[in-house]
Design a protein around this ligand. Structure first.
Ligand code: F0G
Length: 402
């Protein structure tokens, strides 16, 4: 398997001068661009078999669902890798829900089953490892709770100090408690996630790694979501993959993962990618459906994880949807709660942002974007215990039959 990566601008393609800043030519976000030979299905199959065999080994790198794919990640000295055995998550078949939604198959990849209860761990292991390899002593991020919890855990494992900028009063108590448990220093910012991210940009300094998804290392870990879906399905490509969208790093990363799998010969077609946002925080749905550029909004939704009004990775996400003939759809808070109730009642459970996927599937089916023939994977991004107020609200409504 011959693959290597060059750090470049995701927009103007200029080689990156520094990995920790936007492109110095055009100001856009960087990415690790795959340089590979033409697809080779035999070599790809052999590589996938090697990766699968690594599961049985007892070394920390092989026990990680991310570092098992290390040939497809930025090269980091193994001694610097910080791992919590992330990325080993289940794909749950949901035949009853598929039937209810009128589609041929539905499965949930539950990324809430990661060490800190969200998909952020997939990227954080790479971002913190890279930071440690470069001698950073501090990590910082803006967050609606999950990025900060993940950063706090990995930074603590690496012996680094961690600082989280969070929107005051707008994140779940469970997430605040979790990040503090790992010893993070919390700075509360007035306003929304977008204000916290703006504040962070002004606080960056030498020796401090910014670990939001503007950091290209994060996305390299998160792209392994695509490999996890494919591996769990014996490399059968689903028709659609449905992802909740906030700052849009994750949708961009998952799209990149599928494109790389195709470029290497692991698969021969792309699944279509659908991004679901909450109606009160849906600037990407608006821009994707209208064909215009981003118009930021003041975010308002009960799905606090995806209350983002000015997503930084919108250009990358738009390119992934274009490449995969994807779609973007907005759902109401009531639809999110109802979907969360159905996922809970199926014995799975997740936080509201993740339930937006099932609500989005219902909308996409109603508008005819999804058909009765479609085989769909939804990515559940956060664990049910991440937002207990939401669980109580949904269960109370179910109990009174509302
Ligand atoms: N789902 C959950 C549970 C999240 O925490 C997030 C983002 C998303 C979906 C959306 O992912 O931003 O890559 O589009 N949470 C960030 C945070 C904003 O700070 O934890 P995205």
């Amino acid at each position: 398997m011959i693959a290597h990566y060059e750090l470049r601008c995701s927009s103007c393609n200029a080689p990156a001068q520094r990995h920790d800043l936007p492109c110095t030519t055009c100001g856009e976000l960087l990415e690790f661009a795959l340089q590979s030979d033409p697809p080779d299905a035999d070599a790809a199959r052999a590589y996938a078999a090697t990766v699968a065999r690594r599961r049985a080994n007892d070394t920390p790198l092989d026990r990680s669902g991310i570092w098992r794919w290390r040939e497809l990640l930025p090269q980091i000295p193994h001694a610097s890798v910080v791992t919590l055995a992330e990325g080993n998550v289940p794909l749950y078949d949901m035949p009853e829900l598929a039937e209810r939604e009128g589609i041929s198959a539905l499965a949930f990849l539950h990324l809430g089953m990661n060490p800190t209860g969200s998909f952020k761990d997939l990227g954080m292991t790479v971002a913190i490892s890279a930071a440690r390899a470069e001698g950073a002593t501090r990590a910082i991020c803006a967050s609606t709770g999950n990025t900060a919890s993940s950063m706090a855990a990995y930074a603590a494992r690496a012996g680094m100090e961690a600082f989280a900028l969070v929107p005051r009063g707008k994140i779940s108590g469970a997430k605040l408690a979790q990040m503090r448990d790992y010893g993070v220093r919390v700075v509360e910012v007035e306003g929304s996630f977008d204000d916290a991210l703006a504040e962070l940009t002004s606080r960056s300094s030498e020796g401090t790694a910014v670990v939001n998804s503007i950091n290209p290392y994060r996305l390299e870990g998160q792209k392994c979501t695509a490999f996890a879906i494919l591996e769990a399905r014996s490399w059968r490509v689903p028709d659609w993959v449905v992802v909740p969208g906030g700052n849009l790093g994750n949708s961009s990363a998952i799209g990149k993962g599928f494109r790389e799998a195709r470029a290497l010969g692991l698969i021969d077609r792309l699944p279509r990618l659908a991004v679901v946002q909450a109606e009160g925080a849906a600037p990407f749905v608006e821009l994707y459906r209208s064909g215009r550029d981003l118009v930021p909004v003041v975010p308002r939704t009960i799905a606090s994880a995806i209350a983002v009004g000015s997503p930084r990775s919108w250009r990358k996400a738009r390119a992934e949807l274009d490449a995969s003939r994807g779609s973007a759809v907005a759902v109401s808070d009531d639809e999110i709660d109802a979907a969360k109730g159905r996922i809970g009642a199926a014995g799975i459970g997740c936080e509201p942002a993740s339930a937006a996927t099932l609500a989005g599937i219902a909308r996409l089916r109603a508008e005819g974007t999804l058909t009765e023939r479609d085989d769909v994977v939804a990515v559940l991004t956060g664990h049910v215990l991440k937002d207990s107020d939401a669980s109580l609200r949904v269960a109370d409504r179910r109990d009174v039959g509302a």
